[in-house]
Design a protein around this ligand. Structure first.
Ligand code: ARG
Ligand code: MN
Ligand code: MN
Ligand code: MN
Length: 306
């Protein structure tokens, strides 16, 4: 079994600097050795650094479109190729606009092998804005609408690319949704488990229900983990912290259930901002969670440093 690491030094979708240092922080925090120790062959493709796309316009409603669009194209191609080669792509972000490319690449792969693609979106935010609804113009608030075909951009990817059915998107941890975005997720029937649902039903039962749906559909499952899904006390290294986030234990439980399911085809680690982090703590938490998703268990984990 092989995982493909793809570094995405992209921060222009987020409206501030710092996320471009994310891939370096994940490598320093030991993402490759953690996966290697779990028995995976690790193919680190380095960082993608596309030039801005000269055919895409600057737009106030979708800031830095030429660079974000260029990344979308490069990420789509690289993710698709990694999945088609039988490996599990892991995107080391980079802000959340990178999922426009990763999810689109996985949707192309899934369509080719005639399976649906489901998406598990772990985030404080729904990221279902379109350029015309976004209060900020930051594209990292738009990726879900984009890969569901609900965001009006000038053409970034070829017109024949497959979209994800919004009914196949499951979001957990949601606690910050803009006014128009609320209407968009309702109209498109996105499956949203907000923090109230987590508190009332429990993380375990929600995730088991979702995994049951994925298995029944015979689908591939793409997981997109935004650092701000976690409570700011657990992971402060992100530009869009929202109080009341997931605990380390809840996040860890999700990762172990995902591993047990054997359903995960691809993973995004996004929005880490090392400039805002506390001595690498958030980077290490994200690596820890990724390791759990790929099979590390509490009971057979080597104990280090006493
Ligand atoms: N909803 C806000 C916006 O559209 C915040 C989005 C935050 N997204 C993220 N990936 N951190 O601007
Ligand atoms: Mn997000
Ligand atoms: Mn977020
Ligand atoms: Mn369906």
């Amino acid at each position: 079994k092989t995982v493909t690491l793809i570094g995405i030094p992209l921060e222009e979708g987020s409206g501030r600097g710092g996320c471009a240092m994310g891939p370096a922080a994940y490598r320093i925090a030991g993402i490759a050795s953690a996966l290697h120790e779990l028995g995976y062959a690790v193919d680190d493709r380095g960082d993608l650094r596309p030039a801005p796309a000269s055919d895409l316009p600057e737009m106030a409603e979708a800031k830095h479109l030429p660079i974000v669009g260029a990344f979308t194209r490069a990420i789509e191609a690289e993710t698709y190729a990694a999945a088609r080669n039988g490996t599990v792509p892991i995107l080391l972000g980079g802000d959340h606009s990178l999922s426009m490319g990763s999810v689109s690449g996985m949707a192309r792969h899934a369509a080719e092998i005639d399976r649906p693609l489901y998406v598990l979106w772990l985030d404080a935010h729904s990221d279902f804005n379109a350029p015309e609804t976004s209060p900020s113009g930051n594209i990292h608030g738009m990726p879900v609408a984009f890969f569901c075909g609900k965001a009006e951009f000038v053409p970034i990817l070829p017109a024949d690319r497959p979209f994800v059915d919004p009914k196949h998107v499951y979001q957990i941890g949601i606690r910050s949704v803009d006014e128009e975005e609320r209407r968009m997720i309702r109209e498109n029937a996105v499956n949203v488990f907000d923090m109230r649902a987590v508190d009332e039903e429990g993380m375990g039962s929600i995730v088991k229900r979702i995994l049951g749906d994925v298995r029944e559909a015979g689908a591939l499952l793409h997981v997109s983990l935004d650092v701000d899904f976690l409570d700011p006390d657990v992971a402060p290294g992100v530009g869009t912290t929202v109080p009341g986030g997931a605990t380390f234990r809840e996040a860890h439980l999700i990762m172990e259930l995902l591993h047990d399911s054997g359903l995960v085809s691809s993973l995004d680690l996004v929005e880490l901002n090392p400039f805002l982090d506390d001595r690498g703590r958030s980077a290490r938490v994200m690596v820890e969670l990724a390791a759990s998703l790929f099979g590390r268990r509490i009971l057979d984990r080597p104990t280090r440093g006493g």
